[in-house]
Design a protein around this ligand. Sequence first.
Ligand SMILES: *Cc1c(COP(=O)(O)O)cnc(C)c1O
Length: 361
Amino acid sequence: MNMGRCYNFSAGPANLPLEVLEKAQNELVDYRRSGMSVMEMSHRGKDYTEIHQNAQQHLRKLMDIPPEYQILFVQGGASSQFAAVPLNLFSENGQADYVNTGAWSKKAIAEAKRYGKVKVIASSEDTTFNYIPELSPEMFSKDADYVHITSNNTIYGTCYPNLPEVGSVPLVCDMSSDILSKPYDVSKFGLIYAGAQKNIGPAGLTIIIVREDLTGHAKDFTPTMLNYQTHANNNSMFNTPPCFIIYMAGLVFEWMLENGGLSAMEQRNRQKAGMLYQYLDQSDLFRATVNGADRSIMNIPFVTGDGELDKKFIAEAEAINLKTLKGHRTVGGMRASIYNAFPLEGVEKLVNFMSDFEKKN
Ligand SMILES: *Cc1c(COP(=O)(O)O)cnc(C)c1O
């Protein structure tokens, strides 16, 4: 651990592996004897082309992405995909099923409604989204163009324990906050999208993994930059890509491959999350806001039940370098986001501090 660095529990942008930051630092002003930084080089040149292709190949390898799926690097955040998905996937009389599991799902629903019929087939809004609704196959509309889910709910700390059985309808997933946290079977999805700033790299890159047959049907009025075909036809180089962010993401992919790939990431993530949940479940002062199989291993909200005490806890934690633990305003309390790059010793330090705090309060 670098002396100046804190344990950063931020939900996003989130901490990056120290090895990756140091590698980027070493290569910053003169990338591999090119005489320039990655930030300064042509996106059509040899060095950047290699960075771009390696990042795609490493992601394909990490997630075991089948050949009939394309990887697109775009901008605009996951939030732009809330519009791009319906614009690209809605048929003439567009309709889709959405599951409402939190603030991000709601935004996706609101945007899709602008372009077609949206059926919200299940919601957990009744109890501040602290669970994932049961989804049985008969709940899905047979004639929907797609089903949309949010696999991990960053704000509320829930995650699908199993993927829903949607039959032949394409499953579309906002995977922004748990992509690469564990192996997912990509062939179960029609389309996956994710903003980079949770588990991949700095903000500014959005990753789309889309089955080939789902591109090329966008509505006529779809902006060129939101049309998947534009990026698929041009290897994500239709215009200037976010070169430096893709370079950083590529370093993160390499770091994951060097550290055992996604099953090793999952094992580490379960160990970290397990340690915190185990403490929370026996604590008389703190409690997790989510119970059972729907618990996220990436974002763990918890509360004392006393707003003043929560504030005191957050302030004292800050003072010992446990930073960005404040919960989302809609949930209150605290939230520990512990993505792939978050070290185990940071969770140990948090649990020890919580235990001390509990004794004193
Ligand atoms: C952070 C987040 C978003 C928003 O991503 P942007 O890249 O900021 O648009 C959307 N969905 C989920 C699940 C998120 O965690």
